[in-house]
Ligand binder design. Structure first.
Ligand SMILES: [Zn+2]
Length: 540
C-alpha cells in the first residue's frame, strides 16, 4: 500500500507503486524518497506513519511523524510547531545513543512539518507482558539495569522524557536491547529556562505525559528529573503485575499507589520501588545513579561504554575480551557513540558498586580463612593420587590466595586441580587453558576473565561470578554451577554435560554449540538475550 499524507484526503489508501493519490492527486513520494506504507498512530499533535526510504539501497523502514494539530487556531498551530521543533532538536541532541531512535530527517514540505526517525522493530513492553505474562524480580532488575543508565544519559543532557511507560519502551528485535521512543512530550530544561518564569504556558499543557505513569508534580506542570524515575517505578509495577495505574487503587490520604500487596518480590526490591514511587519528590531517588546504587546492580550499559571507549581510543589496541554483544551493536549502529562523559559516569557507578562488593568479598574471605585455618590446625586430609597410592596433603598447602594464584600462572603453572580457591577475586584475569579439576571455586569472582579451554570438571563453582567471562570450550563435566552468575558469558562449545545449572543465571549468555541438555537449562535462568545451543536467541 502507498498511503497519502494529505490530512484531508478522503481515501488515503493507494496502490503500492502509484505516483499520485487516486482521490486527492497529492504526490505519494514525500521528498522524492519516502513512501508511506501504513499509518501507525495519531496523537494530540501529530500522526505517525511507517515508510520506506526509496533513495537508499534496500529501501529501509523509517518512521515519519507529521505535524497534525487537532485545532487550527493560529496560537495552537504556533504551539504545535514549537513542540515539534523541540522534539526534533531533542532527538538531534540525544538520538546519538543505541537505545534511542536516531533522527534521520526534519523538514517542511507543502506547509506540513515532518520528522523522520529510525524505525525500531520489536515488541513494546506492553505487548511483551500481554503475550508472555508478567516479569519476575530478576527480570525487573534487568530492566532497571538497562533503563537507568539511559535515563542518566538523557538527564545529563538536561532532558526529561516525561512519558516513560511500557508502550514507549521497545525491545529491539535485532539485538534485544531496550529502546526508549516518543520524545514528543519531552521537556528541555534549557529552553524552558530561556522561556522565563511564566513557564506554564499552553505549550507545556499539551505535553504532560500519561496520567498514572506521570507523577503528581508533573501533572502539576513542574516535572523534574525524578519524575522520570517515578514513571519507571510505575512501569516496574506494570511489569510485575500486568496492571496499569488505572487498575490500581490509591491511598486517598497520601495519594500513594497501593501496589505492595500485589507484588511478590524481595524486601530489598520492594524498598527500592517504594522510594522510586514516593509521592514527594524530596523523598524520591534524585538520580538514576542513586537507583542503581541502591539496587547494587551494575548498569547493563557499562559493558557497552567500555567497548566504545576502547574503540574511540586508538592507542588501545587490545580488544576487550568477549564483547560479541557490543560489537554486534556497534556494527549495526556505526554512528552511535555515546559521549565519554556518560560512559565515564556510568562506569563510575559500576566501579563504585564493584569496589564495595570486592571489599565485602575480601572481608568474607578473610573471615573464612581465619575460620578454616583455625580448624585446619593439626589436621590433614588423605587424598589418593592417580597411582592409587596414598599421599598426605594438608588443606592449607592446597590453598592459594589471589596473588599466589596469579603469580603461579604467570610463571607458567597451569595445574590448580583440587585446590581451595573459594572467594578469590580474579576479575578480568587471563587464566585460559588452566586445570581447575575438582577445585573449590565457591563465590570466586571471575567476572570478565578469560577461561577459554579451562577444565572445571567436578569443580564446585556454586555462586561463582562468571559474568561476561570467556568460557568458550571450557569443560564442566559434573561441575556444580548452582547459583553461578553466567550473565553475558561466552559458553560457546563448552562441555556442560552432567553439570548442575540449578539457579545459574544465563541471561545474555552465549551457548552456541555447547554440550548441554534442555532439562539442565530448564533449571537455569535465561532471557531473550540468551543464545541457545542451536545459535538462536530466546528463552530456553
Ligand atoms: Zn490523497
Amino acid at each position: 500500500m502507498s498511503y497519502c499524507l494529505n490530512p484531508t484526503c478522503p481515501h488515503p489508501e493507494n496502490l503500492a507503486h502509484s505516483q499520485r493519490c487516486e482521490s486527492c492527486g497529492s504526490q505519494l513520494l514525500l521528498r522524492d524518497r519516502y513512501r508511506v506504507v501504513e499509518p501507525l498512530g495519531q496523537g494530540g499533535f501529530g500522526a505517525t506513519f511507517l515508510a520506506n526510504d526509496q533513495s537508499l539501497p534496500g529501501e529501509p523502514c523509517c518512521v515519519i511523524k507529521q505535524l497534525r494539530p487537532s485545532g487550527t487556531a493560529p496560537h495552537i498551530l504556533q504551539m504545535a510547531r514549537e513542540l515539534f521543533e523541540r522534539e526534533a532538536k531533542t532527538l538531534g541532541k540525544i538520538g546519538n545513543h543505541p537505545q534511542i531512535p536516531r533522527l534521520l530527517d526534519y523538514f517542511e514540505e507543502q506547509e506540513q512539518f515532518y520528522l523522520v526517525q529510525e524505525y525500531i522493530s520489536g515488541a513494546t513492553l506492553q505487548q511483551e507482558v500481554k503475550q508472555n505474562g508478567v516479569y519476575s524480580e530478576v527480570g525487573v532488575k534487568q530492566f532497571l539495569s538497562e533503563i537507568m543508565p539511559l535515563l542518566q544519559y538523557i538527564h545529563e543532557l538536561k532532558v526529561i522524557h516525561r512519558d516513560i511507560k511500557p508502550a514507549n519502551l521497545i525491545r529491539r528485535a535485532q539485538d534485544a536491547r531496550m529502546v526508549l521512543i516518543d520524545f514528543g512530550a519531552v521537556k528541555n530544561q534549557v529552553s524552558q529556562g530561556a522561556a522565563g518564569q511564566s513557564g506554564h504556558t499552553a505549550l507545556t499543557a499539551y505535553a504532560i505525559g500519561t496520567p498514572g505513569f506521570a507523577p503528581p508534580e508533573q501533572m502539576a506542570m513542574r516535572p523534574v528529573y525524578a519524575s522520570d524515575i517515578y514513571a519507571v517505578g510505575v512501569t516496574c509495577i506494570y511489569l510485575l503485575t500486568g496492571k496499569t495505574p488505572k487498575d490500581l487503587e490509591y491511598n486517598p490520604t497520601t495519594g500513594e499507589m497501593m501496589w505492595e500487596q500485589m507484588v511478590h518480590v524481595s524486601q530489598h526490591l520492594t524498598n527500592v520501588l517504594r522510594k522510586m514511587l514516593e509521592v514527594s519528590v524530596r523523598s524520591r531517588y534524585q538520580s538514576a545513579a542513586d537507583v542503581l546504587r541502591a539496587l547494587d546492580i551494575e548498569p547493563y550499559l557499562e559493558s557497552l561504554s567500555k567497548g566504545l571507549l576502547v574503540k574511540s581510543d586508538n592507542t588501545v589496541k587490545e580488544q576487550p575480551i568477549n564483547r560479541r554483544e557490543d560489537s554486534a551493536v556497534l556494527y549495526h549502529h556505526p554512528t552511535h557513540i555515546s559521549s565519554p562523559n556518560t560512559s565515564a559516569s556510568v562506569a563510575q557507578v559500576a566501579a563504585a558498586i564493584r569496589a564495595r562488593r570486592a571489599k565485602a568479598a575480601e572481608a568474607a574471605a578473610l573471615q573464612a580463612e581465619a575460620t578454616q585455618q583455625g580448624s585446619a590446625i593439626g589436621k590433614s586430609t588423605t587424598l589418593s593420587n592417580s597411582n592409587g597410592s596414598q599421599t598426605q596433603h594438608s588443606k592449607v598447602e592446597r590453598k592459594l590466595d589471589t596473588q599466589g594464584l596469579l603469580t603461579a600462572y604467570m610463571k607458567g603453572r597451569r595445574d590448580f586441580a583440587q585446590h581451595n580457591l573459594n572467594l578469590l577475586n580474579l576479575p578480568g584475569t587471563d587464566l585460559s587453558g588452566t586445570n581447575f579439576h575438582s577445585a573449590q571455586l565457591q563465590k570466586t569472582n571471575f567476572q570478565g576473565a578469560n577461561l577459554h579451554n579451562s577444565d572445571f570438571g567436578k569443580a564446585s563453582l556454586t555462586k561463582a561470578n562468571l559474568r561476561d567471562a570467556n568460557l568458550s570450550k571450557a569443560y564442566f563435566n559434573h561441575a556444580d554451577l548452582e547459583g553461578a552468575d553466567l550473565r553475558g558469558a561466552d559458553l560457546s562449545y563448552a562441555y556442560l554435560s552432567n553439570a548442575n545449572l540449578r539457579g545459574a543465571n544465563l541471561c545474555g549468555a552465549n551457548l552456541t554449540g555447547a554440550k548441554v541438555g534442555d532439562e539442565q537449562l530448564a533449571l537455569a535462568k535465561t532471557n531473550w538475550m540468551t543464545v541457545r545451543p542451536n545459535g538462536k536467541r530466546g528463552l530456553l
